[in-house]
Ligand binder design. Structure first.
Ligand code: PEP
Length: 253
């Protein structure tokens, strides 16, 4: 069975004290949950990675960064390298979130470079893809997602690709309260698996976790996660509340 993943993307939220409190609540809540085939990943702001990995190691969850540099190291003021993340026991990193593509103009080439550096440092990229509403309205959403995946991931070898997680995040559903229906999510996830199959073969495509993101919450998670090709979720707003996030974790099939 494919690994199910529930990742919480805190984005630029929480002061140090608030982050500390949320981590404590999560640690308490996660501990009694049966996590046999579910990996929980907390992606806090970079400042809180170290305290998060400390808590995570003791309480059974992994920690992910929200971004990393596409440079290996050196004179890049303000940047954080994949190697630095690894030195803090960070195991995952979100790459190509739509907010970074939109506000920070990240290109497909830069995303490919980040993926390479993360894999070199044994960090699993959570690669985000998804169409904007105009692209769905024009019925070109499948082509858009295919291009995003091809342009930033299809240079990878089989071994490298096997260590990537893909997050389908329709941009029109992120932070809007308008989630994709479970049919829309399933349709795109099955399509993603199909294109992976074409390039990397059946076994790899069937083994890769493809998670859904976009206004996934405590109410709709169970139905989304019940879809055969939806292997968990990337959760934004609802990951900022421990009770909601814990309900989402418990919604995994
Ligand atoms: C996200 O930012 O990845 C996300 C899915 O956000 P939200 O759950 O708030 O839509």
């Amino acid at each position: 069975m494919r690994k199910q993943i529930v990742a919480g993307n805190w984005k630029m939220n929480k002061t140090f004290e608030e982050a500390d409190e949320l981590l404590f609540e999560l640690a308490e809540g996660i501990e009694p949950i049966e996590l046999e085939n579910v990996e929980v990943v907390i992606c806090p702001p970079a400042l809180y990675l170290e305290m998060s990995t400390d808590v995570g190691l003791e309480n059974g969850f992994s920690v992910g960064a929200q971004n990393c540099s596409n440079k290996e190291g050196g004179a890049y003021t303000g940047e954080i390298s994949a190697e630095m993340l690894k030195s803090l026991d960070v195991d995952y990193c979100i790459v190509g979130h739509s907010e970074r593509r939109k506000y920070f103009k990240e290109t497909a080439q830069e995303l490919a470079e980040k993926v390479n550096l993360l894999l070199d440092n044994d960090i699993t990229p959570i690669f985000c893809c998804g169409e904007v509403i105009e692209e769905r309205d024009q019925n070109i959403h499948f082509q858009v997602v295919q291009k995003q995946i091809e342009n930033s991931l299809f240079h990878l070898t089989d071994d490298e690709m096997a260590n990537v997680v893909i997050a389908y995040e329709p941009v029109w559903a992120i932070g809007t309260g308008r989630t994709a229906t479970s049919d829309q999510a399933q349709e795109m996830h099955a399509f993603i698996r199909q294109i992976l199959k074409g390039k990397y073969g059946n076994e790899l495509a069937e083994g890769l976790s493809v998670i859904y993101g976009g206004s996934c919450n405590a109410q709709n998670a169970r139905e989304l996660f019940a879809q055969p090709d939806v292997d968990g979720g990337l959760i934004g707003g609802a990951s900022l509340n421990a009770a909601d996030f814990l309900t989402i974790i418990k919604s995994v099939k």
